[in-house]
Design a protein around this ligand. Structure first.
Ligand SMILES: O=C(O)CCC(=O)C(=O)O
Length: 264
Protein backbone atom coordinates (compact mmCIF):
# COMPACT_ATOMS: atom_id res chain seq x y z
CA UNK A 1 0.00 0.00 0.00
CA UNK A 2 1.62 3.20 -1.17
CA UNK A 3 -0.86 6.06 -0.85
CA UNK A 4 -4.42 4.82 -0.58
CA UNK A 5 -5.88 3.55 2.66
CA UNK A 6 -7.53 0.11 2.69
CA UNK A 7 -10.87 1.91 2.92
CA UNK A 8 -10.11 3.97 -0.23
CA UNK A 9 -9.05 0.82 -2.09
CA UNK A 10 -12.22 -0.97 -0.99
CA UNK A 11 -14.32 2.02 -2.06
CA UNK A 12 -12.73 2.00 -5.54
CA UNK A 13 -13.23 -1.77 -5.92
CA UNK A 14 -16.88 -1.53 -4.91
CA UNK A 15 -17.92 1.77 -6.51
CA UNK A 16 -15.56 1.98 -9.52
CA UNK A 17 -14.38 5.52 -8.75
CA UNK A 18 -12.75 7.48 -5.94
CA UNK A 19 -12.49 11.21 -5.22
CA UNK A 20 -8.90 11.97 -4.24
CA UNK A 21 -6.63 14.89 -3.54
CA UNK A 22 -4.46 16.72 -3.59
CA UNK A 23 -2.61 15.06 -6.47
CA UNK A 24 -0.70 18.22 -7.41
CA UNK A 25 0.58 21.30 -5.63
CA UNK A 26 -0.26 24.85 -6.74
CA UNK A 27 2.95 25.36 -8.69
CA UNK A 28 2.42 22.19 -10.74
CA UNK A 29 -1.22 23.08 -11.39
CA UNK A 30 -0.12 26.51 -12.66
CA UNK A 31 2.58 25.04 -14.95
CA UNK A 32 0.25 22.44 -16.43
CA UNK A 33 -2.46 25.07 -16.90
CA UNK A 34 -0.01 27.38 -18.70
CA UNK A 35 1.15 24.56 -20.98
CA UNK A 36 -2.46 23.63 -21.84
CA UNK A 37 -3.17 27.27 -22.69
CA UNK A 38 -0.03 27.56 -24.81
CA UNK A 39 -1.01 24.49 -26.85
CA UNK A 40 -4.65 25.57 -27.16
CA UNK A 41 -3.62 29.09 -28.16
CA UNK A 42 -1.17 27.81 -30.81
CA UNK A 43 1.74 29.46 -28.99
CA UNK A 44 3.80 26.27 -29.07
CA UNK A 45 3.81 23.83 -31.98
CA UNK A 46 1.46 20.88 -31.58
CA UNK A 47 0.17 18.39 -34.18
CA UNK A 48 -3.13 19.93 -35.34
CA UNK A 49 -4.77 16.52 -35.83
CA UNK A 50 -4.48 15.93 -32.07
CA UNK A 51 -6.59 18.95 -31.17
CA UNK A 52 -10.38 18.82 -31.10
CA UNK A 53 -12.67 21.82 -31.23
CA UNK A 54 -15.99 22.71 -29.69
CA UNK A 55 -18.87 22.32 -32.16
CA UNK A 56 -19.64 26.07 -31.78
CA UNK A 57 -16.19 26.93 -33.20
CA UNK A 58 -17.43 26.50 -36.78
CA UNK A 59 -16.94 29.74 -38.64
CA UNK A 60 -14.75 31.28 -35.91
CA UNK A 61 -11.37 32.78 -36.83
CA UNK A 62 -9.13 30.12 -35.30
CA UNK A 63 -5.96 31.87 -36.44
CA UNK A 64 -6.03 34.07 -33.36
CA UNK A 65 -4.69 32.75 -30.08
CA UNK A 66 -7.49 34.20 -27.92
CA UNK A 67 -10.16 32.73 -30.20
CA UNK A 68 -8.48 29.32 -30.25
CA UNK A 69 -8.38 29.21 -26.46
CA UNK A 70 -12.14 29.68 -26.36
CA UNK A 71 -12.82 26.73 -28.62
CA UNK A 72 -10.37 23.89 -27.94
CA UNK A 73 -11.95 21.10 -25.92
CA UNK A 74 -9.41 18.28 -26.23
CA UNK A 75 -5.64 18.02 -26.55
CA UNK A 76 -4.68 14.42 -27.17
CA UNK A 77 -1.52 12.59 -26.09
CA UNK A 78 0.37 15.60 -24.64
CA UNK A 79 2.84 13.23 -22.89
CA UNK A 80 4.14 12.16 -26.31
CA UNK A 81 4.91 15.72 -27.37
CA UNK A 82 5.69 17.92 -24.34
CA UNK A 83 8.11 16.73 -21.62
CA UNK A 84 6.11 18.41 -18.82
CA UNK A 85 3.17 16.08 -19.51
CA UNK A 86 5.39 12.98 -19.57
CA UNK A 87 6.82 14.10 -16.22
CA UNK A 88 3.29 14.49 -14.95
CA UNK A 89 2.12 11.08 -16.19
CA UNK A 90 5.19 9.43 -14.64
CA UNK A 91 5.06 11.44 -11.40
CA UNK A 92 5.84 8.96 -8.58
CA UNK A 93 3.15 10.56 -6.41
CA UNK A 94 0.50 9.74 -9.02
CA UNK A 95 1.92 6.31 -9.75
CA UNK A 96 1.85 5.44 -6.04
CA UNK A 97 -1.91 5.97 -6.08
CA UNK A 98 -2.41 4.01 -9.30
CA UNK A 99 -0.16 1.17 -8.12
CA UNK A 100 -2.50 0.69 -5.16
CA UNK A 101 -5.26 -0.06 -7.69
CA UNK A 102 -3.49 -1.80 -10.59
CA UNK A 103 -0.38 -3.38 -9.10
CA UNK A 104 3.36 -2.70 -9.47
CA UNK A 105 3.86 -2.76 -13.28
CA UNK A 106 2.30 0.29 -14.90
CA UNK A 107 2.02 1.44 -18.50
CA UNK A 108 0.62 4.73 -19.77
CA UNK A 109 -2.15 4.06 -22.26
CA UNK A 110 -2.90 7.66 -23.02
CA UNK A 111 -3.06 11.22 -21.72
CA UNK A 112 -5.35 14.08 -22.62
CA UNK A 113 -6.28 17.57 -21.51
CA UNK A 114 -10.02 18.18 -21.57
CA UNK A 115 -11.18 21.77 -21.52
CA UNK A 116 -14.63 23.16 -20.98
CA UNK A 117 -14.50 26.74 -22.13
CA UNK A 118 -16.71 29.28 -20.31
CA UNK A 119 -20.33 29.53 -21.53
CA UNK A 120 -20.24 26.86 -24.27
CA UNK A 121 -18.15 23.90 -23.06
CA UNK A 122 -20.06 20.86 -24.29
CA UNK A 123 -21.01 17.87 -22.17
CA UNK A 124 -19.13 14.60 -22.32
CA UNK A 125 -22.05 12.19 -22.65
CA UNK A 126 -22.28 9.15 -20.38
CA UNK A 127 -19.85 6.48 -21.50
CA UNK A 128 -17.37 3.81 -20.46
CA UNK A 129 -13.76 4.47 -21.48
CA UNK A 130 -13.39 0.80 -22.44
CA UNK A 131 -15.82 1.42 -25.34
CA UNK A 132 -13.12 3.55 -26.99
CA UNK A 133 -10.07 1.54 -26.15
CA UNK A 134 -8.76 -1.57 -27.97
CA UNK A 135 -7.15 -2.99 -24.86
CA UNK A 136 -7.85 -6.22 -23.02
CA UNK A 137 -8.41 -7.15 -20.27
CA UNK A 138 -10.67 -4.20 -19.45
CA UNK A 139 -8.71 -3.33 -16.35
CA UNK A 140 -7.53 0.23 -16.64
CA UNK A 141 -7.58 3.23 -14.34
CA UNK A 142 -7.91 6.90 -15.23
CA UNK A 143 -6.57 9.67 -13.06
CA UNK A 144 -8.56 12.88 -13.63
CA UNK A 145 -7.16 16.10 -12.12
CA UNK A 146 -8.81 19.52 -12.12
CA UNK A 147 -6.68 22.47 -13.20
CA UNK A 148 -9.51 24.91 -12.47
CA UNK A 149 -12.16 24.52 -9.79
CA UNK A 150 -14.62 21.92 -11.16
CA UNK A 151 -18.24 22.20 -10.00
CA UNK A 152 -21.48 20.61 -11.13
CA UNK A 153 -22.27 23.91 -12.89
CA UNK A 154 -19.07 24.11 -14.98
CA UNK A 155 -18.66 20.39 -15.68
CA UNK A 156 -17.19 18.27 -12.89
CA UNK A 157 -17.03 14.49 -13.18
CA UNK A 158 -20.14 12.40 -12.53
CA UNK A 159 -20.08 8.64 -11.96
CA UNK A 160 -22.64 5.85 -11.59
CA UNK A 161 -21.43 3.96 -8.51
CA UNK A 162 -20.92 0.22 -9.03
CA UNK A 163 -21.54 0.42 -12.80
CA UNK A 164 -18.08 -1.05 -13.56
CA UNK A 165 -19.45 -4.42 -12.43
CA UNK A 166 -22.07 -4.53 -15.20
CA UNK A 167 -19.70 -5.28 -18.11
CA UNK A 168 -19.36 -3.33 -21.34
CA UNK A 169 -22.65 -1.71 -22.33
CA UNK A 170 -23.72 -1.13 -25.92
CA UNK A 171 -22.81 2.44 -26.90
CA UNK A 172 -24.37 4.46 -29.67
CA UNK A 173 -22.49 6.99 -31.76
CA UNK A 174 -23.31 10.62 -30.96
CA UNK A 175 -21.75 13.79 -32.35
CA UNK A 176 -18.80 13.32 -34.71
CA UNK A 177 -15.27 13.91 -33.43
CA UNK A 178 -13.28 16.51 -35.33
CA UNK A 179 -10.14 14.39 -35.74
CA UNK A 180 -10.00 10.65 -35.16
CA UNK A 181 -7.07 8.26 -35.34
CA UNK A 182 -5.33 5.37 -33.65
CA UNK A 183 -8.05 2.91 -32.67
CA UNK A 184 -10.41 5.61 -31.44
CA UNK A 185 -14.04 5.88 -32.49
CA UNK A 186 -14.96 8.56 -35.04
CA UNK A 187 -17.88 9.82 -32.95
CA UNK A 188 -18.57 10.43 -29.29
CA UNK A 189 -19.83 7.16 -27.81
CA UNK A 190 -22.76 7.30 -25.43
CA UNK A 191 -24.96 5.14 -23.24
CA UNK A 192 -28.22 5.71 -21.39
CA UNK A 193 -27.96 5.89 -17.63
CA UNK A 194 -30.42 6.48 -14.85
CA UNK A 195 -29.15 9.89 -13.72
CA UNK A 196 -30.79 9.51 -10.33
CA UNK A 197 -28.08 6.91 -9.59
CA UNK A 198 -25.21 9.30 -10.47
CA UNK A 199 -22.93 11.11 -8.05
CA UNK A 200 -21.01 14.30 -8.80
CA UNK A 201 -17.38 14.69 -7.71
CA UNK A 202 -16.52 18.40 -7.59
CA UNK A 203 -12.80 19.11 -7.28
CA UNK A 204 -10.56 21.99 -6.30
CA UNK A 205 -7.54 22.69 -8.53
CA UNK A 206 -4.98 19.90 -8.07
CA UNK A 207 -7.61 17.49 -6.72
CA UNK A 208 -9.65 15.03 -8.75
CA UNK A 209 -10.72 11.43 -9.04
CA UNK A 210 -9.81 7.95 -10.23
CA UNK A 211 -12.13 5.73 -12.21
CA UNK A 212 -12.21 2.23 -13.68
CA UNK A 213 -12.49 1.94 -17.48
CA UNK A 214 -15.92 0.27 -17.17
CA UNK A 215 -17.42 2.87 -14.84
CA UNK A 216 -20.27 4.85 -16.41
CA UNK A 217 -19.27 8.51 -16.28
CA UNK A 218 -19.73 11.83 -18.01
CA UNK A 219 -19.59 15.58 -17.45
CA UNK A 220 -22.30 18.24 -17.85
CA UNK A 221 -21.90 21.27 -20.12
CA UNK A 222 -20.38 24.51 -18.92
CA UNK A 223 -22.78 27.42 -19.10
CA UNK A 224 -20.89 29.48 -16.50
CA UNK A 225 -18.26 32.21 -16.96
CA UNK A 226 -15.71 29.89 -15.28
CA UNK A 227 -13.69 27.67 -17.58
CA UNK A 228 -12.85 24.13 -16.48
CA UNK A 229 -9.61 22.47 -17.57
CA UNK A 230 -8.48 18.99 -16.53
CA UNK A 231 -5.48 16.77 -17.18
CA UNK A 232 -6.19 13.06 -17.43
CA UNK A 233 -3.82 10.07 -17.51
CA UNK A 234 -4.99 6.57 -18.34
CA UNK A 235 -2.97 3.60 -17.05
CA UNK A 236 -2.94 -0.17 -17.56
CA UNK A 237 -0.97 -3.08 -16.11
CA UNK A 238 1.93 -4.49 -18.15
CA UNK A 239 0.02 -7.66 -19.06
CA UNK A 240 -2.32 -5.77 -21.43
CA UNK A 241 -3.17 -6.94 -24.96
CA UNK A 242 -3.71 -4.45 -27.78
CA UNK A 243 -6.64 -5.63 -29.93
CA UNK A 244 -6.83 -2.80 -32.51
CA UNK A 245 -5.43 -2.78 -36.05
CA UNK A 246 -1.70 -3.57 -35.92
CA UNK A 247 -0.78 -0.69 -38.27
CA UNK A 248 -2.36 1.75 -35.79
CA UNK A 249 -0.76 0.29 -32.70
CA UNK A 250 0.80 3.08 -30.62
CA UNK A 251 3.93 2.49 -28.57
CA UNK A 252 3.24 2.58 -24.87
CA UNK A 253 5.57 3.82 -22.12
CA UNK A 254 6.24 1.55 -19.13
CA UNK A 255 6.53 3.95 -16.20
CA UNK A 256 6.82 1.66 -13.21
CA UNK A 257 7.90 -1.86 -12.32
CA UNK A 258 10.12 -4.52 -13.78
CA UNK A 259 10.34 -3.06 -17.30
CA UNK A 260 10.25 0.60 -16.28
CA UNK A 261 11.67 2.88 -19.00
CA UNK A 262 10.84 0.51 -21.88
CA UNK A 263 8.49 1.42 -24.67
CA UNK A 264 6.33 -1.61 -25.49
O1 LIG B 1 -13.29 15.87 -18.35
C1 LIG B 1 -14.30 15.55 -18.97
O2 LIG B 1 -15.09 16.38 -19.39
C2 LIG B 1 -14.61 14.09 -19.24
C3 LIG B 1 -13.51 13.17 -18.80
C4 LIG B 1 -13.69 11.74 -19.18
O3 LIG B 1 -14.65 11.34 -19.76
C5 LIG B 1 -12.61 10.80 -18.81
O4 LIG B 1 -11.64 11.19 -18.13
O5 LIG B 1 -12.71 9.63 -19.19
Amino acid sequence: MKRLTPEQQRFFREEGYLGFGPFLDEDRVRKIGEAIDAIAGGEIPYPPELIRWEPVSQGADLGRSAARKKFVYQIRYPHRHIPLFMEHAADPALLDVVEDLLGPDLVIYNTQALLKPAFHGTSQPWHQDAAYWPIRPMNMVSCWIAIDEATLENGCMRFVPGSHKRGLAEHRSGRPLSAASGGTAAAVQEIQVDESEAVAVPARPGHGSLHHCLTHHGTPPNRTPHRRRAIICHYMPLDFRYTGPEQERPRFHVVRGKRCGEIV
